[in-house]
Design a protein around this ligand. Structure first.
Ligand code: PLP
Length: 365
């Protein structure tokens, strides 16, 4: 019986349990503790960014970035439409108005549309997603945001380890966020990180993430906060995972190469591009099909106990965002209609990838 192949399951590095035992021995099970500091330092060292706050999720990190950016009721926030709901739901938490911007041939946000939307809408902030682990045209977009005084929040939830001209995604804007959700390139079972060059902003994020508690001996609160900090137990998993992150990036890229090579003779298939100057983490190998129905492949793979997924349904097509302003000409609609995410777990072997491609061939060839 063939084993089940998941989309992107957790893959422990080996030291996580030992670190959790250290946490237990110290009894700093919760809330904070030395591993939270160590995890933040490890991410800062890796991504070459000075300040970080470990949080309960990537969504929480985006919410805090918006709060600190001063986004409130009625403010406009620009966002990539081709993304996951966690990227944009925090706009609604702040009673702000989302304005969606479509992708170009890179699948990520189109800088021309970004500029057009910024000039017309004058948003306070832009949440830019680096999709499926591939860098957006980040230097161009950062320049546009700077020129128009728009706060840039990079949603690098899927792209930890991806770089543009050698600099890590998540470190170009005013804020960057990473996710350690169970299916990400590394995981803490659930968690996120907010990073910034602004030390005060990160200090403020840590305060807001602990119910906005004032530094008093009793419980003093002058503003609304949240319970968003990461626990020391989960941070211990994160420290173990950071040790293997470079290996995970390498393996994700290897899996992509296996897929591409195994299907190189199939004209029907195109891959998500890697823009010049960038090095993606290929979190998920993603493709589009010229004529075939993605659903047929999803179903055929499921019958073989292989998990796959449609590409993200664009946010401007979600009932939740009915009537929202949108800049674009349907690129993400086309991607959604024709695209697919293939299993990309870092424990996959060549034979597993070949099993997936054989099933794909049986549907489209
Ligand atoms: C693009 C994107 N943004 C935001 C998030 C939210 O992260 P989290 O699940 O840690 O809240 C995710 C993933 O889950 C994501 O893929």
């Amino acid at each position: 019986m063939d084993k089940r192949i998941f989309l992107s399951p957790p893959h422990m590095g080996g030291n996580e349990l030992e670190y959790i035992e250290e946490v237990f021995a110290s009894n700093y099970i919760a809330p904070l503790g030395a591993f939270v500091d160590r995890f933040e330092e490890a991410v800062c060292d890796f991504a070459a960014t000075p300040h970080a706050a470990a949080l309960s999720s990537g969504t929480a990190a985006i919410h805090l970035a918006l709060r600190i950016a001063g986004v409130g009721t009625g403010d406009k926030v620009l966002a990539s439409t081709f993304t996951f709901i966690g990227s944009v739901a925090p706009i609604l938490y702040q009673n702000a108005e989302p304005i969606f911007v479509d992708s170009d041939e890179s699948w990520n946000a189109d800088p021309k549309l970004v500029e057009e939307a910024i000039v017309k809408e004058k948003p306070k902030a832009f949440i830019l997603t680096h999709l499926y682990g591939q860098s957006a045209k980040i230097t161009e977009i950062a320049e546009i945001c700077q020129a128009h005084n728009v706060i840039l929040i990079e949603d690098a939830a899927e792209s930890l380890g991806a770089t543009f001209e050698g600099k890590h995604t998540g470190t170009f804007g005013d804020f960057g966020i990473y996710s350690f959700n169970g299916n990400k390139i590394i995981t803490t079972s659930g968690g996120g990180m907010l990073v910034s060059e602004d030390a005060e902003a990160i200090e403020y994020a840590k305060k807001l993430a602990t119910q906005a508690r004032e530094p008093a001996l009793w419980y003093e609160h002058g503003e609304i906060g949240y319970n968003y900090r990461m626990s020391n137990v989960l941070a211990a998993i994160g420290v173990g995972q950071m040790e293997v992150l470079p290996k995970r990036v390498e393996k994700k890229r290897q899996i992509f190469t296996w897929y591409r090579d195994l299907l190189s003779d199939v004209d029907e298939v195109s891959w998500m591009p890697e823009i010049p100057g960038s090095l993606g983490n290929r979190w998920l190998t993603t493709l589009t099909l010229q004529n075939s129905e993605p659903l047929k492949i999803v179903e055929a793979l499921a019958a073989e106990k292989i998990e796959s997924r449609h590409l993200w349904k664009p946010m401007h097509r979600q009932p939740l965002f009915d009537g929202a302003t949108y800049y674009g000409a349907g690129v993400s609609d086309t991607l959604f209609a024709h695209g697919l995410c293939l299993p990309s777990g870092t424990a996959m072997e060549y034979e597993d990838v070949a099993r997936v491609t054989e099933t794909i061939r049986s549907v489209i060839c």
